[in-house]
Design a binder for this molecule. Structure first.
Ligand code: GLU
Ligand code: MG
Length: 442
């Protein structure tokens, strides 16, 4: 970032300070998501926004080594006392928070002190991968499904409602809450596709319209923080954990993507199965092949593997199918490809960057998708399971040259270090305790 860019950012931010003041904003929360999937924050009073936009807020590099319990792993490239970086709020995504009066929010890009993108900046990684594909005419649009469970203000999980799964009764009981949430999201210009009570006790879900990858990840963060804020205002605690209680149905963070090239949709009207174009088959074959490795990014917690079991609709099989809800990859005919095995302990920026890198590798490798699975994959004796532990996923990730090269050595090694740190944290710990210690963290 050069002096001209700094001045430009300062001017732009100066131009919105008065408007923010008129709308009652006192401070701007500037967030990034760390490698363990936790959204971290530094804030500035509104008058300081021009300075923050131009100079960035100083921040330690040690955050790249944080684990979900706030302990710090001694990694190969992060975790020591040295190093600083700058958090630059992205003014294009500045939003007045409707669920948190007095606050605005902007996601941060993390720059090195010397001005260029920090090698471990997840948001920048998603942007770089988007641009790399755009250079060849490919455009990905993405959206997350966000699931959460509402509990009372206790450490154990006590659902705030016992009304039925998908039951209108549940929504009626939480009518004011639901309306306030949807209204806050609308005010924040989040385009909600649908909202509904989900299967597990106290669980809800909403999904958002397709966007550019970085915007989709921003939206995933904004949705979660809005759900958290509105839930708190209604005296409830919210869990986005993959396993709120051991044995139950968990929270997923399914990722929908679609692909086009030079303005031409590639999920419909093609010569392949179900209308897929050959480039779409190659792209998604690259993703499918790498799902075990991608689990280290998209199912990144020890608790993720309590969720990733058959018959919980979490897509624990490394297979694809047409509208098949037990396969990890579900083609929604003509519309999108959903990857179901991911959850909300994932860093959405890192996950999108990695999925794009996997698709790009698939394009380079060529070839199409294998046979789709029909019916319950568990009934097919040779149906491959995804990793059943975080350790297995990390090993697959480290062995994947395309993913680790796209991320860069330092970035990939630190993500692996963080995963190993969390594996060590839960060594010998039973499922109830894993669920308990993960439940309220993300
Ligand atoms: N809650 C399920 C999961 O953990 C997903 C249910 C569904 O939307 O199909 O992924
Ligand atoms: Mg769902």
């Amino acid at each position: 970032m050069d002096a001209g860019e700094r001045e430009h950012r300062r001017d732009r931010a100066s131009g919105v300070v008065d408007e923010l003041g008129r709308r009652g904003v006192v401070a701007v929360a500037i967030t990034w998501v760390d490698h363990s999937g936790i959204t971290r924050v530094k804030s500035v009073p509104v008058a300081r926004l021009p300075w923050a936009a131009a100079e960035g807020l100083g921040s330690a590099e040690v955050f790249d080594a944080f684990l979900l319990d706030d302990s710090i792993v001694a990694g190969r490239h992060a975790g020591g006392p040295d190093g600083d970086l700058r958090l630059h709020p992205d003014l294009d995504r500045l939003v007045v928070l409707a669920g948190q009066p007095g606050w605005a929010w902007a996601p941060a890009d993390r720059h090195a002190q010397t001005g260029e993108r920090h090698p471990q900046d997840e948001r920048g990684f998603a942007r770089v991968m988007t641009e790399r594909l755009a250079g060849r005419g490919f455009r990905v649009r993405a959206g997350f499904e966000v699931e959460w469970a509402l509990g009372e203000q206790t450490d154990d999980f006590r659902p705030v409602t016992t009304a039925p799964a998908y039951g209108h009764a549940r929504q009626v009981e939480l009518s004011d809450y639901s309306a306030e949430l949807l209204s806050a999201l609308a005010e924040q210009r989040v385009d909600v596709l649908q909202f509904h009570p989900e299967y597990a006790p106290g669980q809800f879900e909403l999904s958002t319209a397709p966007e550019e990858p970085v915007a989709a990840a921003d939206t995933a963060v904004l949705v979660r923080e809005t759900v958290r804020a509105v839930s708190a205002r209604h005296g409830m605690r919210v869990s986005f954990s993959p396993k709120v209680v051991a044995g139950g149905v968990g929270n997923g963070g399914h990722l929908h993507t679609s692909l086009s090239r030079d303005g031409r949709p590639l999920l419909s009207g093609g010569s392949g199965r179900f209308g897929l174009a050959p480039e779409a088959e190659a792209f998604y074959a690259g993703v499918l092949r790498r799902l075990p490795a991608l689990c280290a990014i998209g199912a990144p917690s020890v608790a993720s593997y309590l969720r990733l079991v058959p018959s919980r609709w979490s897509g624990p099989f490394a297979a694809w199918g047409l509208e098949n809800r037990e396969a990890a990859m579900r083609l929604v005919r003509g519309r999108s490809v959903e990857v179901k095995c991911f959850d909300l302990t994932a860093n959405p920026y890192l996950l999108l960057g990695a999925v794009l890198a996997a698709g790009e590798a698939g394009l380079a490798e060529g070839g199409g998708l294998p046979e789709p699975v029909v019916g319950n994959p568990a009934d097919h004796p040779d149906a491959p399971r995804l990793p059943t532990s975080l350790g297995e996923a990390v090993a697959a990730f480290e062995a994947d040259a395309a993913l680790t090269a796209a991320m860069g050595r330092e970035f990939a090694a630190t993500v692996a270090d963080v995963r190993r740190g969390e594996i060590a944290l839960f060594e010998g710990v039973d499922e109830d305790e894993v669920a308990r210690r993960t439940r309220w963290r993300h």
